[in-house]
Design a protein around this ligand. Sequence first.
Ligand SMILES: N[C@@H](CCC(=O)N[C@@H](CS)C(=O)NCC(=O)O)C(=O)O
Length: 341
Amino acid sequence: MFNKKHLVLLASAGSLSLAGIATAQADTLEDTIERGAVQCGVSDGLPGFSAPDDDGNWQGLDVDVCRAVAAAVLGDADAVNYISLNAVERFTALQSGEVDVLSRNTTWTTTRDTTLGLNFTGVNFYDGQGFMVSRDLGITGADELDGASICIQSGTTTELNLADYFRANDMEFNPIVFDTSEQTVGGYQAGRCDVLTSDTSQLAALRIQLDDPEASMILSEVISKEPLGPVVRQGDDLWFNIVKWSLFAMINAEEYGVTSENAEEMLNSENPDVARLLGQDGNYGEGMGLEADWAYNIISQVGNYAESFERNVGMDSPLEIERGVNALWNDGGFQYAPPIR
Ligand SMILES: N[C@@H](CCC(=O)N[C@@H](CS)C(=O)NCC(=O)O)C(=O)O
């Protein structure tokens, strides 16, 4: 596991440029090691993405990113402090240092990536905005929504997409705006609106929270691109790399067939990609101030991307989301991680 001694060695004996990077920008890593936990901002309860289970343990696809970073940095996926944030609070919490990673169904956009002092590290779920309606209304397509009251959450990309879509289709709508998903779903359920709009993955998560999920349906139209991924502050490239490569390690592990179940056995693999991933051939964590087993710790404790997807949001989970565009690039999807080498 990484320790302070390692950082000092890296700074004093490592190559000059690497030492410079490690000392000048290692604050978040150092603070995390000192604290013994990753400060991770998550949603305030979105099943499948981030929500505490009955025993109070946080679970979800976004939670697994927090866990992966903790496994890579501290060797312990459980070493995470979860801070739940609504859509409006999330960026301020990251900017102010309350959290060091924001892993909360957050769409990567130009404004967020370039004007808030933040950096998106990758995409852990390719999504798009959709609509949920009560089956009673007999609506079959989004083009029938003219004049609808629409429940929506403030501080989201959802608001602008909705306005664009209705304007482009020459339709009117009445927005009913809420601050949290609980309020949004409550408003929909209480009949304050005809339609609830959000990213389709979130609609799937919200639908199962309804008293009668079967009475509502998600329309097939998807009106926007919502690449969701973990975010960090600008100005700490070492930490940026750690979060980015923690996600890439999970995606590469799926590609190479390394799972939480077989990771130990795979330590003996003769496949060079697997040997590099698991730290048996070289140390690809070194440039991030991590030990050679950084990715092994992620995969053995959290699992690869497929395991995380299926466990949390996949067809066998309550959300029943198909891999679709979130399949690997060599399986017809968009998920593609740069190689570890
Ligand atoms: N991906 C969009 C939407 C994200 C979002 O916050 N959606 C709401 C939809 S209900 C949500 O997930 N809320 C969960 C929460 O507030 O914890 C964005 O980044 O703006």
